[in-house]
Structures are given as structure tokens and as C-alpha cells.
Ligand binder design. Sequence first.
Ligand code: PBG
Length: 327
Amino acid sequence: MAFPQMRPRRLRSTPALRRLVAEQRLGGSELILPAFIREDLTEPCPIGSMPGVVQHTADSLKRVAAQAAEQGLGGIMLFGIPADRDPTGSAALEPAGVLNAAIRDVRSEVGDDLVIMSDLCLDEFTDHGHCGLLDTSGQVDNDKTLDIYGRMAVAQADAGAHVVAPSGMMDGGAGAVRRALESAGHKNTVVMSYAAKYASAFYGPFREAVDSQLAGDRRTYQMDFRNRREALTEVRLDVEEGADIVIVKPAMSYLDILADVAATSPVPVAAYQVSGEYSMVEAAAANGWIDRRPAIMESLLGIKRAGADMVITYWASEAAAWLKDAT
Ligand code: PBG
């Protein structure tokens, strides 16, 4: 043995020693809170499949954003649930549409104190629930969708989003969004692209959260979970198209992907700990099968250790409060 005196347990013998040699640290500034706003709500509405998460009213969203700013979170990521849907998701483009109005409200509440991110996708706005426009045979039409993504990006930037997050997995999506922002003069709007987003069963609870209209699945545009190498191609394309930050999603079943991307990406990497990951831990904890707080912290640290620079997580506020207590 090269180091006969080496006793790894020595450095684990007290909490202070363990803290001294900890390789990973987590702070609230690395956590991004997803938040749902639903049109025509008078009270926040609990999401049954995501205990502790609600659909917000305009007022409750403003309060949550103010709290996130106060806590110094990394950002808030907004998802809108419109009252009316149509085949082209036209409410996504209206300045007064639920998501654009929410961006405007949150921006007036927190200014530049909190990074405001908006989901840029059509699935919440279309009556068929797909992330893009359908052609006459019912398939998602990639190139027709790009034009709408560009216009949606401009509408969100006009409303005050610091970051837009195209999540539809259309080929050329990041580039279409970047070009549209440039032509509209939004040179500093950041594109945070869902570069490696897999078709995943772990999005299940989110579908209830946004009242999804989807009947089938998204396997013709989201990635196949059997594939690893392809994630690097997706990331390279998005970075070439102008993505400033790339997202790997989901997180926990995709830590190999995250590690690959983190090792090679020239831009910061975010991981999305998705609804199903949240709900599994909440359900197990509610049954007394798992110790909630340590399990949550272990999941977040594991994602960070795999290489994420930031984590999008429904526990962002709660975890940030714990982390603050711990220091
Ligand atoms: C699509 C979108 C989805 C999620 C975030 N953006 C759903 C999907 O792709 O089917 C899932 C997030 C989660 O499960 O927490 N706009």
C-alpha cells in the first residue's frame, strides 16, 4: 500500500473536521425556485401530487418572489397556467397573458434583486398540450414552432424576464430565441436552454401542476433515456446557437449525464430536480419511510457533486433557510 498510515476515518471523527474537509458546499444562491401562477385564481391552490407546492395567485406569487429575493436565492423560474388554450398557444404571446403579466409583476416587485427566469414553452398554452405547433398529420412541426418561440422570448423579455428558458427541445430552438432577442434589442437577456431534457416519467406530478392537456407523450422531441452521448451533442448545438446556461433534466436518474456535461460545457450547467423527484421524497417522508430533511439535503448535494453549478428545485426556499441556519 502506498500510504500505510492513511486512515480515512480520522477526518470524519468530529462534525467540525468533517466540515473542514467537505469538498462540496451548497448555498441558497445556487438554488432556483420554480413557481406556478394560474390565471383566474382567487386563493393559492394546492397541487395534490406535490404536497407543499401551490399554484399561485398574482399576489401570492409576488410574496414568494419577495421572499426569494430576501433569501438571496439564485432565481425564480415562472410557469404560467392560462384559463384559455388554443391550438397555437396564442396566450403565450399576449403581453397581458398570465405568464407575461406575472413576469411584469414580479419584476416590479423585486427589480434586479432576484434573477427572474421564465419557462419558454407552448405546452401550458396549447389545447393539445404539446410543446410546439402540430402539422396536419398531428406531428410537432419543428420549424413552425421556432418562429413562435422567438416571439414568446421577446414578449417575456419585454415583460422583464432576465432569463428565458426554452424547454421545448426543438432543434434550433436556442438559436431562434437568441436571434429574436437580438433583433428586438434585448441583447442582455440570458438564454438558459433545456439542452439535455429527457422524456421522463418523473414529470408526472408537474402535469397536474400545470393542468396539462397532453394525451400522448413527448418522445419525438425530448431525449430517449437510453442515450448518453447524445446529451453532449445537444449541449454543443445549444451553446453554438448562443445558450448562456444549459440545463440537464431530470437530475437524480441522470447524474452521469450531468457529470459528462459539467466536464465539457463551456457555459454554466443547471440541473432540474423535477416534480417526480420532489414528490417521491415527500411521499416517503409523509409515510415515515425516509427522514425528510437529510434526504432532501443529500439529494441536492449529490446533484451538486455530480457537477451542477445550480439546481432548480421545489425545495429552494426551504433548503436555503436550512443552509443559512447551518452556517
Ligand atoms: C415543459 C416542462 C415540463 C417540465 C418543465 N417544463 C414538462 C414536460 O416536459 O413534460 C417538468 C418539470 C417538472 O416535472 O418538475 N414546459
